[in-house]
Design a protein around this ligand. Structure first.
Ligand SMILES: *[C@@H]1O[C@H](CO)[C@@H](O)[C@H](O)[C@H]1NC(C)=O
Ligand SMILES: *[C@@H]1O[C@H](CO)[C@@H](O)[C@H](O)[C@H]1NC(C)=O
Length: 229
């Protein structure tokens, strides 16, 4: 990993990708303390970016093959279960938010997806007509969310947060869609899957964007274009 840091440009990107593929699992299951904070940001951005691409794929495939056009006029898209988590909405709010508070709210989003993603995996893999690749991507999304979460918690632990967070008792918004997801009414069942795919895609995009903003702040000391925001 040290070697890759002396490289720049696409060479570094490629090596980071390769090394995160090779090493990430290892790093995730062993103490992350050995990974520098800069490195951890690079890896997390890589992971969240890839996870967003998977989530967009799953959403697209579900939308094309299973979503019903009638939903758009017959049903109201519900708020995502994470909607109440406060995250900055504009550049000014981003700049005002302390790194630990920022991390805390991204952790909140990630934690609140642990449960629903498990159920999404069961629903997608049991869905008649769903491709094997869509099922695999759903499993991957669930696993990657846990890896990203652990990375975020490690970063949080390294900030100067006054109260050390005990993540065991972390308070997060509960997801209440299980009944609909397991409904025997096909339309209700499919609409519940649709909303999980839609909301996860939205939230992982948020996590990815915020991680890039934080990396810019922490690793590059704000010396990078935050045009993505
Ligand atoms: C997570 O967000 C919810 C909803 O806004 C909030 O009630 C809860 O306190 C947050 N958790 C933490 C640990 O900040
Ligand atoms: C962060 O610190 C808390 C409190 O000391 C600890 O319980 C937790 O395991 C740590 N998490 C990580 C991912 O380092």
């Amino acid at each position: 990993m040290q070697l890759t840091l002396t490289l720049s440009g696409s060479g570094m990107q490629l090596l980071l990708l390769v090394s995160s593929l090779l090493l990430w699992e290892n790093v995730a299951s062993k103490p992350t303390a050995i990974v520098s904070t800069d490195d951890l940001y690079h890896r997390l951005v890589e992971q969240s970016h890839n996870t967003f691409i998977m989530a967009a794929d799953v959403y697209r495939e579900f939308d094309i093959n299973f979503a019903k056009r009638s939903w758009m006029k017959d049903r109201i898209l519900p708020l995502c279960h994470t909607a109440s988590i406060h995250t900055p909405e504009n550049l000014e709010e981003v700049h005002e938010m302390k790194t630990e508070d920022f991390l805390n709210s991204i952790i909140n989003v990630s934690v609140s997806w642990k449960e629903p993603l498990k159920h999404l995996v069961s629903a997608v893999t049991a869905l008649p007509g769903a491709s094997v690749s869509m099922g695999k991507k759903a499993v991957d999304m669930k696993d990657k969310n846990l890896i990203i979460l652990e990375g975020l918690q490690t970063l949080y632990n390294r900030t100067q947060a006054k109260v050390e967070e005990n993540f065991e008792n972390f308070d997060y918004p509960a997801w209440s869609g299980l009944k609909d997801l397991q409904s025997s009414d096909e339309d209700t069942h499919l609409f519940a899957i649709y909303n999980l795919c839609r909301c996860f895609k939205r939230d992982i995009h948020k996590i990815d964007t915020y991680l890039k903003v934080l990396r810019c702040r922490v690793v590059f000391k704000n010396e990078c274009g935050v045009s993505t925001f």
